[in-house]
Design a binder for this molecule. Structure first.
Ligand code: SAH
Ligand code: SF4
Ligand code: F3S
Length: 451
């Protein structure tokens, strides 16, 4: 039985997206409820847990290095246990077991609740054990949580994804999209606020599709859910990610313009600026459709910060296609972008497409793209120097004594010398900019400032 498990120590490391991070908080919550105590170093822990990602090849190879360390630690003390959780555990279970036969437990992202049982089961057998649920409607948010103390928190609103973008493995690993009950989401937000949280980020692969699946009985749509969350007393800020351009509603844009709590930042992955590539990616919008959405957003919320995801080197991408991506990036003037080289994923449609790019060509395009993204990011940030913005203090800086790090409503990190507690909302005059961050000085409450 679960209750017989002895208190012990665990080490936990996440490799994936925000959803994976959120799942890790639930894994930690489950373990701590059973008396396990967290350690910062794998050497110090009896249970090693790696929560994995399979979105790109790189994620796989990074894990291999960590599992090498785990193997060494297990040899040093064979009573150590090794758990591999998450998307890679689900999608590559056979390979993982044959390449790393010293794994004790494999657990997919829809089966995290099984972890205590699996650890018990592993004690009674000398073979690896695992659990992998294919269906969705399983929300890790239903599990206990241990999260780092701080004024910000993730809130899961959907699980899975039904979009099947042709390059992406997520729908195969996490199953079809399912929306979490509106009542549970709003209750969780209220509890978090009671515990001192000031800012929540609603998480889903496509938050704009919240509540769209047939038979869903909660809020009518994502904008309605946000409007309900805005009413939770004491909640200062709400963010959300990821927004899919094809499903972004007028209601949501109106709410962004009208609400005090909704932050002026939208992460809106475009992936490519070429219609041919967008169509081969099965994204469901065109270049012009995306550009007109950006225009509407900027019109409704002039101070909005826009960030995006971009893929270079998709099969068949020509120099002309790539230049369309560059020109779109220029036109949208993104505040920031995550840039990725296309990585073929087994199971997906794009992995079977002809026209694979020479890796050298893809790398050269990537370098040009990153250069442009950084140049525009710096310009956008430099334009803010001299203005006064609201910053939510997130943490005391580890690098610089006497400094804190916080974020603007537009999600830009700001470092400044000060001593307010994490959770304080302060006014900061911005004094310096890089392509990805800002520095500033605190403006005392009540002082007159140029804004
Ligand atoms: N659901 C979100 C993000 C999912 S994954 C969305 O649709 O926007 C995060 C990013 O990883 C994607 O936006 C995409 O840019 C990138 N990505 C996904 N699969 C990839 C692949 N096979 N190769 C390279 N990048 C990929
Ligand atoms: Fe992947 Fe597309 Fe779903 Fe995002 S929307 S998780 S890119 S399939
Ligand atoms: Fe996230 Fe990676 Fe899985 S991006 S959904 S942890 S494949």
């Amino acid at each position: 039985m679960v209750s017989r498990m002895q208190p012990d120590t665990y080490y936990l490391r996440s490799f994936g997206c925000q959803m994976n991070d959120h799942d890790s908080e639930r894994i930690a919550g489950l373990l701590e409820r059973l008396g396990w105590v967290r350690r910062d170093l794998p050497e110090e822990a009896g249970l090693l847990v790696y929560n994995t990602c399979s979105i790109r090849e790189k994620a796989d190879s990074r894990l291999a290095g960590h599992l090498g360390t785990a193997a060494r630690l297990k040899r040093a003390d064979p009573s150590r246990r090794l758990v591999v959780a998450g998307c890679l555990a689900q999608s590559r279970r056979e390979e993982l077991l044959s390449d790393f036969p010293f794994i004790d437990v494999l657990v997919g992202p829809q089966s995290l609740h099984e972890l205590p049982r699996l650890l018990e089961q592993r004690r009674d057998t000398d073979r690896p054990v695992g659990a992998f649920e294919e269906t969705t409607g399983v929300f890790s948010a239903a599990l206990p949580r241990a999260r780092p103390s701080g004024p910000t928190a993730w809130v899961q609103i959907t699980a899975g994804c039904s979009n099947f973008c042709s390059y992406c493995i997520v729908p195969y690993v996490r199953g079809p999209e399912a929306s979490r009950s509106t009542v549970e989401i709003v209750e969780e937000v209220a509890h978090l606020v009671e515990a001192g949280v000031k800012e929540v980020t609603f998480l889903g692969q496509n938050v704009n599709a919240y509540g769209k699946e047939p038979g869903f009985a909660g809020a009518e749509g994502f904008a309605d859910l946000l409007a309900l969350a805005c009413e939770v007393p004491g909640l200062e800020r709400i963010r959300f990610m990821t927004s899919h351009p094809k499903d972004m509603s007028e209601d949501l844009i109106d709410l962004l313009a009208a609400s005090n709590q909704l932050c002026e930042h939208v992460h809106l992955p475009v992936q490519s600026g070429s219609d041919d590539i967008l169509s081969a990616m099965r994204r469901g919008y065109t270049r012009e459709g995306y550009l007109s959405l950006v225009r509407r957003l900027r019109e409704a919320v002039p101070e909005v910060a826009l960030t995006t995801d971009l893929i270079v080197g998709f099969p068949g991408e020509t120099e002309a296609d790539f230049e369309e991506t560059l020109s779109l990036v220029q036109e949208c003037a993104f505040d920031g972008a995550f840039t990725f080289i296309y990585s073929p994923r087994r199971q997906t449609e794009a992995a079977r497409l002809a026209g694979r790019l020479d890796p050298e060509v893809a790398r050269a395009r990537m370098a040009r793209l990153v250069d442009l993204v950084q140049r525009i990011g710096r310009q956008r940030n430099e334009a803010l120097v001299g203005t006064v913005v609201e910053v939510l203090v997130e943490k005391v800086s580890r690098q610089a004594a006497g400094e804190v790090m916080g974020r603007t409503r537009t999600h830009k990190p700001v470092n400044f010398p000060s001593s307010p507690e994490p959770g304080a909302l302060v006014r900061v005059e911005l004094t310096e900019a890089t392509s990805t961050s800002l520095r500033g000085r605190e403006v005392p409450a009540g002082a007159s400032v140029r804004s």
